[in-house]
Ligand binder design. Structure first.
Ligand SMILES: O=C(O)[C@H](O)COP(=O)(O)O
Length: 321
């Protein structure tokens, strides 16, 4: 797939599909969004298909607000883009091992997924990037941004010590304008899987039983042995989102978050007001970006910007695991 070159971002606004609201589509027990048209190369439109069990329809495109730093729009934007990306496949995803907070890198397939994710969002403005403190999320963010049409340089903000902060200062305003700060936060890490970390998922199910392992992996408030439940993960991830990320969106900044299956599930649960029952069966694909528009204090889900060759890839789906 060629890198993105087009000049404008166009995002869907008005659904023509049967479910006209942007809340989760709970019909037929499924919550699904699927990409429709391509943003790159060539096409300037991002489309969205609301998928129900039997039919799907494309949503009208609309213009995305320009970046407040771009100079093209002197007024503060009242809309801001929020992109969520689960990292690409990691070496332990490939081996089917519980990973949690163990810091493993991407596989070549994961690298490719991150690049493809970047092509999908190459026209959507990004002013600030948040990642977890884990390398698989950081690799994903960096590789995705390499595809962006603005070609700004993502730069990790180091605040682990006064010296690290001082020594990484940039002294050119012009260079700063051509950069995107990347803020890393442990609060966005994958949920800590406790004593399951490093164990094979299938072998663990064989040993403890499928039901027990499913309960550890997908129940809302039952933690795996000495690990975090989704509820505990949500407590720190959603607090961070509210305290640090929402203020950026309120100020009109376009934000990308590269994080993990469970830290993102908890943020999506908050954004889409899912119940603890509904979040249980929410699954996120690796490397498929999801777009929200923040407008007048509300989050409007826009689904997954599309790659050119895909009939439809689900970023966000409810399945029975
Ligand atoms: O930490 C892990 O092993 C995975 O990233 C997520 O695991 P899950 O599919 O059990 O939530």
């Amino acid at each position: 797939m060629a890198a993105c070159t087009s000049q404008q971002a166009l995002i869907s606004v008005k659904p023509r599909c049967a479910s006209a609201s942007f809340g989760p589509d709970r019909r037929a027990g499924s919550v699904r969004f699927v990409s429709a048209t391509s943003c790159c190369p060539g096409s300037r439109k991002l489309g969205l298909v609301c998928a129900s069990n039997s039919q799907s329809s494309v949503i009208e495109p609309a213009k995305l607000p320009s970046s407040p730093e771009s100079g093209s729009n002197p007024k503060k934007s009242s809309e801001a883009a929020l992109i969520l990306i689960r990292h690409g496949e990691s070496l332990w995803n490939e081996k089917n091992l519980f990973t949690g907070c163990v810091d493993v890198p991407l596989t070549p397939k994961g690298v490719n997924e991150a690049i493809e994710a970047g092509k999908r969002i190459c026209n959507i403005p990004v002013d600030v990037i948040y990642t977890s403190s884990l390398i698989r999320a950081q690799m994903t963010a960096m590789l995705a941004m390499m595809q962006h049409r603005r070609k700004k340089v993502p730069i990790i903000v180091h605040k682990e010590s006064e010296r690290a902060h001082q020594w990484s200062q940039v002294y050119s305003e012009e260079t700063k304008k051509q950069s995107i700060p990347v803020i890393t936060a442990w609060q966005l890490n994958e949920r800590m899987y406790g004593e399951l970390q490093g164990l094979n998922k299938q072998e663990t199910a064989d040993l403890f039983g499928k039901e027990q392992v499913h309960e550890w992996r997908r129940s809302y408030d039952i933690p795996p042995p000495n690990g975090e439940s989704l509820e505990m993960c949500a407590e720190r991830a959603v607090s961070y989102f509210k305290e640090q990320i929402i203020p950026q969106l309120v100020s009109g900044k376009h934000v990308m978050i590269a994080a993990h299956g469970n830290s993102l599930r908890s943020i999506i649960m908050h954004l889409d007001k899912l119940t603890s029952q509904e979040v249980i069966s929410l699954e996120l694909s690796t490397g498929i970006p999801m777009l929200y528009i923040f407008k007048e204090g509300k989050f409007i889900r826009r689904g997954s910007p599309a790659g050119p060759s895909e009939a439809g890839v689900y970023a966000y789906t409810k399945i029975n695991t």
